[in-house]
Design a binder for this molecule. Sequence first.
Ligand code: ZN
Length: 313
Amino acid sequence: MRKYDRNAVFNICIKALLFLAILSCAFCLMRLVIGCGMITSCAVSTAFAIAAVLLFSFLLRYTKFYYAYYFFVSLFLFRGKDGKVFCPCCNKHFSHFEDERFYDDKSCYDPATFTRFRQDVICDFCRSAPRHRIIAEWAEKNEGFLKESKILYFAPELSMMLWFRRHKIPVITADLFDHRADLKIDIMSMGLDNGSFDVIFCNHVLEHVSDHSVALSELHRVLREGGILIISFPIDSGSDHMRQETTSSAEERIRLYGQHDHLRLFGKDSRDMLEKAGFEVSTIDLADMPENIVPEEGPSDYDSNRIFVCIRK
Ligand SMILES: [Zn+2]
């Protein structure tokens, strides 16, 4: 098992190199052009380099340079073409997928819901989980249709955004909290016109919102008739019905749903729920996919890797 994240190491190296390059340039400028003394040159150039690295970090974190940066990183890392597993999101092969490490954080997750399952499920480059790779496979087969469509992507995920960028398909992104999204809107009250989108992507959002029925009716309203909603959410395959308790405690939510910010856990009646919301529903499952993109179940026991393809009636 690899103990470090190659992207994180690369990020640190890039920032260190940037710091040194700017430090050297600023120092030379101070000494040779402006003629400052040694101490002044050191102090000013160091401050300059720190400010530049902070600005660089800010641009990566809060703007869409984030996606461009991943393209840049991909020029240097993960160029292998012969690995036995494949990520269709970032179009790269690997010898294996990586373990997911976030479940170690007991303040946010119930580790038991993850450790019972095989963990080699995450793309080392774009961090795609099996569900993202399933959606990318679907998108590959429907590329022509997507190119002609007006697409809304709720809670955009890096892995799928890389797929859209690579295929030059424009997407309008929406999120209530992510500063990089095009629209800062609430899924339960979007404020968008009726029938204004051909396709909406919405993965692992419904378990976070206060009223998932309202969110579903908004998704239905904003889609045009015949438009497609690609949606997924955690499903407890051992439960016939959705479970939702009234609790405000993070500890209780971890115990009930496996994650501190999940407000419910959907059950086997999810398809009925979507049909009642006005959709004609079909599913894409792990079993329908090539083995090299989703070799294992997981990462958690509620991550059923089932994607619902919902046509608005
Ligand atoms: Zn990937």
